[in-house]
Design a protein around this ligand. Structure first.
Ligand code: MN
Ligand code: MN
Length: 306
């Protein structure tokens, strides 16, 4: 997406709401907290502030690096010794902010968290119009390695478009030679998200959980009534953005929401996102900001200024 000045205001507003949602979410991560209650509160908080969730609140615990969001009847509660990643997306009229924070309830993983958060801070320092994607990855890798951890090589940042969370260009978390000549030009919106781990530094796909988006394909079989209702809500409200069956409970009820989404997935209408799990069962930390690259400056839309 090429950013025009009129869009800047909405992107900054989405960022402002995302900062609050991220901090509110992190404050709710406590022993005994329910993942579903935390995520529902974060998503409602975003709506109360005038934004919309750009994707379901991700609540990824320990070796789950990303893409877990609680299901309709999920009642997983925190024991009190977990490493929890809260990843939130906000959009204002399709203009997106994407940001994440990690909370360590164990008290044992301070340095693992610091590795990823310092890597992100280092990127904030070097970010400028025209920066090489290679230099971002190298900075992330070097910072994380200095702490004795590994970056997760197959999780990346990404450019963002209008109503589009992944706009096509990836930002690796290591010095990837194939990105040496690629630069982030003015007019680019990009999320950078260092992941650090004490495991293998790779994630593999787990089971499809509760995050879906439209494939744009026609159904392979006739839809039932609940599936048709669900599909028209998804097309109308979420467009190409990821959503979760929890968001359809209001219209369909818990059981039908889950069944309809499953049906649409089976019929090829929806893409399902698998959870991403660290291959060596390592703990994973993540921090993320969204950067708006303009002609002569960069706005980190999700960075709190005090
Ligand atoms: Mn994110
Ligand atoms: Mn992201």
């Amino acid at each position: 997406m090429f950013i025009e000045e009129t869009m800047v205001e909405k992107l900054v507003e989405a960022g402002r709401i995302a900062i609050g949602a991220r901090e509110h979410g992190a404050s709710l991560v406590k022993p005994g907290a329910s993942a579903r209650e935390v995520c529902e509160e974060v998503e409602d908080w975003i709506r109360r502030k005038g934004g919309e969730p750009a994707f379901p609140c991700n609540f990824s615990v320990d070796e789950v690096a990303a893409h877990y969001t609680p299901g309709v009847k999920d009642d997983i509660r925190l024991r009190g010794d977990e490493v929890v990643k809260i990843d939130v997306g906000v959009h204002v009229e399709g203009y997106i902010a994407d940001t994440a924070v990690t909370v360590d309830l164990s008290g044992k993983y301070n340095r693992l968290l610091e590795a990823a958060s310092k890597a992100l801070e280092a990127v904030v320092e070097i970010m400028k119009p025209g920066i090489r994607i290679y230099d971002i990855g190298k900075t992330v890798e070097n910072t994380i390695k200095r702490y004795g951890y590994k970056p997760v090589r197959n999780l990346t940042g990404h450019t963002i478009g209008h109503y589009l969370i992944h706009a096509g260009t990836t930002i690796p978390n290591y010095a990837d030679r194939t990105t040496f000549y690629k630069r982030l030009r003015p007019g680019t919106l990009v999320a950078v998200e260092p992941f650090a781990t004490n495991g293998k530094g790779l994630v593999k796909e787990g089971k499809i959980t509760n995050i879906y988006s439209l494939t744009g394909k026609r159904p392979r079989a006739k839809l039932n009534e609940a599936e048709s209702t669900a599909l028209s809500i998804i097309v109308e409200k979420y467009k190409t953005l990821p959503f979760t069956p929890r968001w359809l409970i209001g219209e369909l009820g818990e059981d039908k929401a889950e069944a309809a989404v499953r049906g649409l997935y089976m019929k090829g209408v929806l893409h399902g996102y698998p959870i991403l799990v660290e291959s060596g069962k390592g703990r994973v930390s993540q921090f993320e900001h969204t950067f708006l690259i303009l002609k002569d400056r960069v706005i980190v839309t999700t960075l709190k200024r005090d």
